[in-house]
Write a protein that binds this ligand. Structure first.
Ligand code: 6PG
Length: 251
């Protein structure tokens, strides 16, 4: 580990412009990784922020701009629901782009949300170990994340013991009701990625974003704990989410 680099921040007038920049980022990273070692391992998120990105990836011209056979899709987190459930993060990606691109089924490493959180997390961890090989931490080429109004990211929630995990790659997350339970990648995995891309929009995120990006994350928001030692972090946000930054930057 070599110390943290400062996050890059780009602010866009609207979600369309933000999604176009996110899609360009995805395509660039995918081409770069595939040209390097023949594959691109990406972890996707759910939520509303990546929807525009996903539909751009599933439509021309970007649908045809990525050597999809080299792309391997994982998930930063998943809800414990079956894959056809409207809340499934896998389903979100499948409907928006996975069904439209030439991606072999074997390259889709979904979390088995239909199982118990514990079984799904263990099976996912095995899949990660098989794919990345060796006992070390997986090194994702790209992790796409969102940030909740409470500062959560993936399914790492404020105050959760999961934030202290050092050994596991994926953990079950038990919430108030079973249908809300989730599986999440852990901080050591997120912090071992080559590139992390945060997408966030809306006024409700403005406080957590200025806290994380300008105030040194004094409230320990989980999203602010994602700082890969050897990778970089880029935040693509809209004007409202960037509304409390004192040093506004433009895209
Ligand atoms: C999920 C996510 C979650 C999300 C944030 C932000 O499955 O919901 O992975 O961590 O990224 O809640 O959500 P929005 O993009 O909807 O603001």
């Amino acid at each position: 580990m070599t110390g943290h680099r400062a996050a890059q921040v780009r602010i866009f007038p609207d979600i369309e412009a933000l999604s176009r920049a996110a899609a360009d980022f995805f395509v660039m990273r995918a081409r770069e990784s595939i040209a390097g070692d023949g594959r691109f391992a990406v972890a996707l998120s759910g939520g509303s922020s990546p929807k525009g990105l996903y539909s751009l990836l599933g439509s021309p011209p970007l649908r045809d701009a990525v050597p999809w056979r080299g792309v391997h899709c994982f998930w930063a987190d998943e809800r414990c629901v079956p894959p056809e459930h409207p809340a499934s993060n896998y389903r979100l990606a499948r409907e928006a782009f996975l069904s439209a691109v030439q991606l072999p089924d074997a390259n889709i490493h979904r979390v088995r949300g239909e199982e118990t959180p514990d079984a799904a997390a263990r099976a996912y961890e095995e899949d990660l170990r098989r794919f990345f090989g060796g006992p070390g931490l997986p090194e994702f080429d790209l992790v796409i994340l969102g940030a909740g109004e409470d500062g959560h990211t993936a399914s790492l929630f404020p105050g959760s013991p999961s934030l202290r995990e050092t050994a596991r790659l994926a953990l079950p997350v038990y919430l108030e009701r079973p249908e809300l339970d989730r599986v999440t990648l852990t901080l050591p995995v997120l912090n071992h990625a080559s590139h992390v891309l945060f997408l966030a929009t809306g006024r409700a995120k403005a406080d957590i974003i200025s806290g994380i990006l300008e105030e040194g994350n004094p409230r320990n928001h989980p999203a602010g704990l994602v700082r890969p030692g050897d990778g970089d972090v880029t935040w693509l946000i809209d004007r409202e989410a960037g509304g409390k930054l004192r040093r506004p930057v433009r895209a």
